[in-house]
Design a protein around this ligand. Structure first.
Ligand code: BGC
Length: 478
């Protein structure tokens, strides 16, 4: 299996004419203004992003945290062997058995487990007991028995962690709907290793990996010119390869390479709200979220949140009697009730009657009366929220490309996540943003080569565990 797969993502069909009443048209114009990011504005956002990146490289505790991952240098392509990966922080918990065969080749077997809302917000010990049980049953299911040796596991933990070694770190905060007690300031590896030890599960947690770092590694396994890994999924973040000499805050002593992967944690970009086009509908989402005033950039660009922003806009239109004759439904009134997947369906819908949009509104959301004008307004709102997200995503990619001077030489960027993989025209909209941000580089989309890096959190974590195992064999104290 290769790390890249061909995919067919539907195209977004944009509509320009609403055909509504003057008050409806006026309100739609207001919404268009609030969500539109002009090329000049996009440049301003990118410049601020870049200066925040530099701040994070210079000092600790900055808004973009720029966390050194302790993954030094680049892969050789010679990484081989069987490893386990654990992936926590996406839609599901996953345990993956990865067989690395060298030069970008690998096979995987994985099982998904649902993490209930009560586990996501309860005592962290319960979460880790659950995880240890999942790993135990995975080993049994796949008949994995390594005799006396422990199986090495790469732990993809997709939350902000201040790392102190390749397999050590302290959790900074929760994001994406997780909020367990007893985890902040603790080491996720120790919590997991303890839970495994209590149940006598023969697994050694040898690497702690952010999903973006894993994505970078898995992309680099087959594409050595990779210099960044990005997630546009439930949440958003990026990692890239930085020169040690630019990491001014580094206090970790001598390294074996002059480069290291940085986990940026860019979801927190502009929490101060200096530059981002934060609307009242974003503020409502933020206020009602479990982490108000945190991760504002993430909340404007990620799968978990886009539907909720659109829902907030639609409810204001309903309240002003400009949509659905002023009637909502229980589903539309519920927080998270307008899923981002509905937006995907609506954005891909085409033709005059917008049948799919009508179906989502009347069947999935139970709106009593839906007119064609209503469908067009809803489609326009989805277009605005989805396009803004992709353009902001482009600003982040441009920031990384400028910082790492990768435009001149060209580079591959591995991207994973449901939004990038499935949302209509998400990638094309990013590419359009990049064209605007690099007006002097006519072939920018050939130089910054975006591509789907499938299963960064599985294969990437296995690669990291492999690197860590080699390091440990060389230096027994690691
Ligand atoms: C987390 C990051 C993670 C990203 C994508 C964010 O909420 O803070 O650590 O990489 O989601 O999963």
């Amino acid at each position: 299996m290769a790390s890249q797969t061909q995919r067919k993502v539907p195209v977004a069909h944009t509509i320009t004419t609403i055909g509504g009443t003057p008050p409806q048209e006026a309100m739609v114009d207001k919404i268009v203004k609030a969500f539109t990011i002009t090329p000049e504005y996009l440049e301003e956002i990118t410049q601020h992003f870049l200066s925040e990146m530099k701040k994070g490289l210079n000092e600790e505790d900055q808004t973009i945290a720029m966390i050194p991952s302790f993954v030094e240098g680049r892969l050789t392509g010679e990484e081989v062997g069987q490893f386990l990966a654990l992936d926590l922080g996406g839609t599901n918990l996953r345990v993956v058995l990865v067989d690395l065969q060298g030069r970008g080749n690998f096979t995987t077997k994985s099982t998904k487990y649902k993490v209930s809302d009560s586990l996501k917000t309860g005592d962290v010990k319960d979460l880790y007991n659950f995880i240890a049980d999942c790993i135990d049953s995975f080993l049994t299911e796949h008949n994995l028995d390594y005799g006396t040796a422990d199986i090495h596991l790469g732990y993809t933990f997709s939350f902000p962690v201040y790392q102190s070694k390749i397999n050590r770190g302290l959790q900074k905060q929760w994001t994406k709907g997780f909020n367990c007690s007893g985890a902040i300031g603790k080491d996720p590896v120790i919590l997991l290793q303890d839970a495994l030890a209590k149940k006598h599960v023969p697994v050694l947690v040898s690497a702690l990996v952010n999903d973006t770092v894993g994505t970078l590694l898995s992309n680099a396994y087959s594409k050595p010119d990779t210099n960044a890994g990005i997630i546009f999924g439930t949440g958003s973040n990026g990692a890239y390869i930085e020169k040690m000499s630019n990491i001014k805050k580094w206090k970790g002593g001598p390294t074996s390479s002059d480069e290291m992967i940085i986990n940026m944690e860019f979801g927190a970009f502009d929490n101060e709200r200096v530059v981002l086009p934060v609307t009242p509908w974003d503020n409502k989402l933020d206020r009602e979220s479990i982490n108000p005033h945190k991760q504002i950039f993430e909340k404007m660009i990620s799968g978990m949140y886009l539907g909720e922003i659109a829902r907030n806009v639609l409810l204001e239109l309903v309240d002003r009697t400009l949509l659905f004759e002023g009637y909502s439904s229980k589903e539309l009134n519920s927080q998270w009730g307008f899923e981002t997947t509905y937006m995907s369906t609506i954005e891909a819908d085409q033709g005059d009657s917008l049948k799919e949009t009508h179906r989502v509104l009347s069947s999935s959301l139970n709106i009593p009366k839906v007119s064609e004008v209503d469908c067009r307004i809803v489609k326009r709102v989805c277009d605005l929220v989805g396009t803004r997200a992709a353009r902001l995503a482009a600003a982040a990619i441009a920031g990384i490309a400028r910082q790492s001077s990768s435009v001149q030489n060209g580079c591959d960027i591995g991207i994973d996540g449901s939004l990038y993989e499935f949302y209509p025209s998400f990638e094309q909209r990013i590419e359009q943003g990049l064209v605007e941000l690099f007006p002097d580089v006519p072939d920018i989309n050939k130089r910054i080569r975006l591509g789907l890096a499938k299963d960064g959190s599985g294969v990437g974590a296995a690669l990291c565990a492999c690197v860590a195992k080699k390091m440990a064999e060389r230096r027994p104290s690691v």
